[in-house]
Design a protein around this ligand. Structure first.
Ligand code: 6PG
Length: 264
């Protein structure tokens, strides 16, 4: 009987075979490729279903993507049929420099003709993060018309990769990783001594398309572990993102991919 480690590695090789790994040379190439995919997925969703639903990621990496989409598609995409959400948010006011909403608003949403009613930010004003999470869950349930136990199916969810393997605000060995029924939870992150509001894994894995953006040498070791390593998934939550009936795309630049095997 092969060891648990080998079983895990074999399982991961099977899963990683289903991953669409897009290796780009420079960060700019990465953002251009991701921008084209964003426009392609949006156009297809609107053609098929009359609307495009997307959850944005935060952190620093996607800012240049948002800026590029605003520059290239402000007059070409049907923004009135596009609906924006956030996969996670810091528990700070919307005008705070740490706010993922503020970053995306400044880089993209303030520069395109999108109706304010199409922008669903996380209502972070309430001092109780669990109340914020419950309110955002209700917003998702209402918008996607899903009941308890059902999960919304986003057309696209953008994600980043933290140096510790976290994604959205699903940090290693935190309670949120175990969530099976709620859509949005507040997740206490000990190292930041704060709560984050985050989509749960069932929501990420219900999406039609999930796209990771990973840039820079500081992500090379963790990207290698997530895509080729055998460490337990709970220690690298990005490993737990496996859309059940959807695409999984990794946009990586050369620096981030520098520790990947050629075969990856
Ligand atoms: C956040 C993000 C988080 C981010 C990673 C990568 O709120 O911080 O949603 O999951 O994507 O931490 O962040 P960078 O792009 O800044 O490296």
């Amino acid at each position: 009987m092969c060891s648990f480690k080998i079983q895990q590695w074999l399982l991961w090789r099977i899963v990683s075979a289903s991953i669409d790994l897009r290796r780009l040379t420079t960060p700019q190439d990465l953002f251009e490729a991701a921008g084209e995919e964003f426009i392609r997925v949006a156009t297809e969703a609107i053609a098929k279903r009359g609307r495009f639903t997307v959850a944005l990621s935060g952190g620093s990496t996607p800012r240049n993507l948002y800026t590029l989409i605003a520059a290239n598609a402000s007059t070409t995409l049907p923004w009135a049929q596009m609906f924006f959400f956030w996969g996670d948010e810091r528990h700070v006011p919307p005008n705070d420099p740490q706010s993922n909403y503020r970053m995306a608003y400044e880089a993209l949403l303030s520069k395109v003709p999108i109706p304010a009613a199409n922008i669903f930010r996380v209502p972070t004003e309430n001092p109780d993060a669990s109340v914020v999470a419950a309110a955002y869950q209700q917003t998702l349930q209402k918008f996607f018309d899903v009941r308890t136990g059902e999960f919304p199916r986003f057309d696209l969810i953008l994600l980043g990769l933290g140096p510790d393997g976290h994604t959205a605000s699903l940090f290693p060995e935190t309670d949120a990783l175990q969530e099976k029924s709620r859509l949005v939870v507040s997740n206490w992150v000990e190292k930041f001594k704060t709560s984050r509001i985050t989509f749960t894994l069932p929501v990420l894995n219900a999406a039609r398309c999930v796209a990771f953006l990973v840039s820079g040498t500081d992500k090379a070791a963790v990207l290698h572990e997530v895509l080729e390593g055998s460490a337990p998934a709970e220690k690298y939550p990005s490993k737990l993102v496996r859309p059940t009936d959807g695409k999984l795309i990794w946009f990586v630049d050369r620096a981030a991919a520098s520790e990947l095997s050629a075969a990856a």
